[in-house]
Write a protein that binds this ligand. Structure first.
Ligand code: TYM
Length: 334
């Protein structure tokens, strides 16, 4: 089977963007792939973090993967920091990555501005660690949301450079993975500003639907979310980014073709649409929340999952690490 790999940072609650941009697609394709899914807890400390919450958040994200339908029959679920090969390969990569390749990473710029002069070196080299995460497992595809595209291009560039500088043309050291970005839901926008993406780091919780939000909170968030005063709801109007976002989400959540939703919404006002949308959200999230509670109630089970995941992932990661170290000319420990 071909292999996929992806991960999410355990920095706060997962939201609808994480689900539609990433996890839902992992579930959809899992039958056809050997999946490696992890919690990027090393990346989680590139911005200020709370040490009393890191471990808990990591478990919660793992539980959420399973609650959303990831099956251990197809997937290996593990914690990034449990496998030292990630950090080690990141170091090796950082030595072959030209500094100017990191200069115009959009996510670095956005996050660095917020932190001012306290910005850590790790935020700059973040995508180098991400390249290590990916290339250690030699996956065919990396299913992510739109915002990760640039990081995946860099990953391919690093792999190509290593192959070129230290490999043989007929036998590349690393496989160049393809991004796998969903046709729908790859960029879910904020509820309070349709031109910005929904994000864990937005200070306002009203800007996002978290996967664990209870029904009454979802209802409140949708009631208050930003709309406009135009009657009749339409897709793709550049002057109505909120309208396009909400209709698109409704379409995805209810599994309807775009034409059907467009026809249904053409005569609708917000007062009519919002309750329908709220119901759609609640009925998708309710079963996920129920399973999440069940999984979280059994701490032992989750630990076993992550233990087994580490064992399986580490074997593969170490094979790639050895291959790269040999190509770079290192002596092997005896
Ligand atoms: P993170 O934790 O920011 O996001 C996790 C996944 O959710 C997607 N996503 C979205 N999709 C649609 N609309 C949105 N508003 C939205 N917000 C987030 C992201 O595209 C991502 O797929 N750098 C990664 C974590 C990472 C990783 C990796 C991913 C570390 N190593 C190796 C893949 C492979 C990140 O910050 O994701």
């Amino acid at each position: 089977k071909p292999r996929v790999l992806s991960g999410i940072q355990p920095t706060g609650e997962l939201h609808l963007g994480n689900y539609l941009g990433a996890i839902r697609n992992w579930v959809e394709i899992q039958q056809d792939y050997d999946s490696f899914l992890f919690m990027a807890d090393l990346h989680a400390i590139t911005v200020p973090h709370d040490p009393t919450k890191l471990a808990d958040n990591t478990y919660k994200v793992a539980a959420m993967y399973l609650a959303c339908g990831i099956s251990l029959e197809h997937a290996t679920v593990f914690v990034q920091s449990h496998i030292p090969a990630h950090t080690e390969l990141a170091w090796l990569f950082s030595c072959i990555t030209p500094l100017n390749w990191l200069d115009d990473m959009v996510q670095f710029k956005e996050k660095a501005i917020k932190q001012g002069e306290n910005v850590g070196t790790g935020l700059l080299t973040y995508p180098v660690l991400q390249a290590a995460d990916i290339l250690l497992y030699q996956p065919d595809k990396v299913p992510v949301g739109e915002d990760q595209k640039q990081h995946l291009e860099l990953t391919r560039d690093i792999a190509a450079r290593l192959n070129y500088q230290f490999g043989k043309e007929e036998q590349p050291i690393l496989k160049l993975p393809e991004p796998m970005i969903p046709k729908q839901g790859a960029r879910v926008m904020s509820l309070t500003d349709g031109t910005r993406k929904m994000s864990k780091s937005d200070p306002s919780d009203m800007s996002r639907i978290n996967l664990l939000d209870p029904p009454d909170l979802i209802e409140r968030k949708i009631k208050r979310c930003k709309t406009d005063s135009v009657r009749g709801l339409t897709f793709d109007d550049p002057d109505r980014p909120e309208c396009n976002n909400l209709l698109t989400l409704y379409m995805i959540l209810t599994n309807q073709p775009k034409e059907t939703v467009a026809a249904e919404a053409a005569e609708m006002g917000w007062g009519q649409f919002k309750p329908l949308f709220t119901d759609a959200l609640i009925s998708v999230l309710k079963p996920i929340q129920k399973r999440y509670d069940e999984i979280m109630a059994d701490e032992h089970y989750l630990k076993t999952v992550l233990h087994d995941g580490r064992e399986k992932a580490e074997t593969i990661a170490n094979q790639t690490l050895v291959k790269v170290k040999q190509a770079l000319g290192y002596s092997m420990p005896v």
